[in-house]
Design a protein around this ligand. Structure first.
Ligand code: KG4
Ligand code: ZN
Length: 327
């Protein structure tokens, strides 16, 4: 099937066309205006999506080398995300579906992040463990079979991506924090400062990053002698250490031999290196290409096609769900 995917849950306006599980076009427009504010401004995000969507769909059809009438179904993110931002994408997609008289399905953004791995690696087999690390979520999932999820761990407060973003804000490094922290951390000593690691007691699979952020805040306020690259490298290491430790615990607990990493933080190369070092090739570890880790619409179109092939679609009156969960 030829599917149009639309993603507008936060500050990326993304449109993609996928056909039979393969990407024909995948366009992401990252809204730069938010960098002036140090974080995403919801109303501005909605207006930007509204301004860009039509244009990006036209570009996406051109790039895929198809015509409008070749599109057989539409997948659009229905949550979780910013209410207004989600609404712009869903309203656009509903109009599109109605005018072309083709099916539509509202897609869970978290599930799509997970399935980005299946888009990148069609050979992936269940069961597996997934570390889902994005700007809003830090979770470990045991995935026994298709659409069969068990939540093993979640964060009590900030998500890992949020820890990167808030850390960068404290250090005046701009938004989003992940890429810039990763870049600066590459020049620093990751053992220079011992930042706290929360909830590390045996068998604990939960996360908490708010204490880490507070300790960075007080360190930069009181202590001026450290080099910025050492602070950043140690801070990043404190986040990654905990993620990898809990991932390994989950892998052992569920006795799987495959794990996947999904979401924006999965783009972090130091995370890949740490996972590979600690697992030492004993487990198959997958992370999609960076373009499929961060928000994109190919993962939405790909997952929509899986649903359509199972005969599942949404009625036209489905609503956005800003706090949508996976289960
Ligand atoms: O999945 P995503 O694009 O959007 C959400 O669903 O939230 O994830 C965005 C998050 C941001 O917090 C961003 O700082 C983080 O992913 N991120 C990274 C990197 N690239 C993006 N974190 C660490 N290292 C990176 N290279
Ligand atoms: Zn995302």
């Amino acid at each position: 099937m030829t599917i149009l995917g639309i993603e507008s849950s936060c500050d990326e306006t993304a449109v993609s066309i996928c056909k039979n599980g393969k990407i024909l076009s995948n366009i992401v427009s990252s809204q730069q205006v938010h960098s002036n504010y140090g974080g995403v401004v919801p109303e501005v995000a909605s207006r930007e999506h509204d301004r860009l969507l039509n244009y990006l769909v036209i570009e996406s059809i051109k790039e895929a080398n198809i015509s409008l009438n070749d599109i057989e179904g539409i997948g659009v993110t229905k949550g979780p995300g910013l209410a207004g931002a989600l609404l712009t994408g869903v309203s656009f997609a509903k109009g599109f579906s109605q005018s072309l008289n083709i099916p539509i399905i509202g897609i869970n953004h978290l599930e799509a992040h997970i399935y980005a791995n299946f888009l990148a690696y069609p050979e992936l087999e269940y069961p597996l463990v997934c570390l889902l690390v994005s700007g809003g979520h830090t979770q470990i999932w045991y995935i026994k079979n298709i659409f069969d999820y068990e939540l093993l761990g979640d964060t009590r407060d900030d998500a890992a991506g949020e820890a990167f973003d808030k850390g960068a804000r404290i250090l005046g490094l701009g938004y989003p924090g992940g890429p810039v922290i990763e870049k600066i951390a590459n020049r620093g000593n990751s053992n220079a400062i011992k930042f706290p690691r929360a909830l590390m007691e045996k068998d604990n699979l939960e996360f908490s990053f708010s204490g880490l952020k507070t300790s960075l805040f007080y360190l930069v306020k009181k202590e001026k002698s450290y080099k910025i690259e050492d602070i950043v490298a140690s801070y990043q290491n404190a986040i990654l250490d905990v993620l990898v430790e809990k991932l390994i615990r989950s892998i052992k607990m569920k006795k799987v031999n495959t794990c996947i990493i999904a979401g924006g933080v999965a783009a972090n190369k130091s995370l890949h290196n740490l996972v590979n070092d600690k697992l030492n090739n004993r487990i198959n570890v997958y992370y999609p290409d960076i373009t499929l880790c961060t928000d994109n619409a190919a993962m939405i179109a790909f997952l929509a096609e899986i649903y359509f092939m199972k005969g599942i679609s949404s009625d036209l009156d489905f609503e956005v769900i800003p706090n949508l969960k996976l289960i």
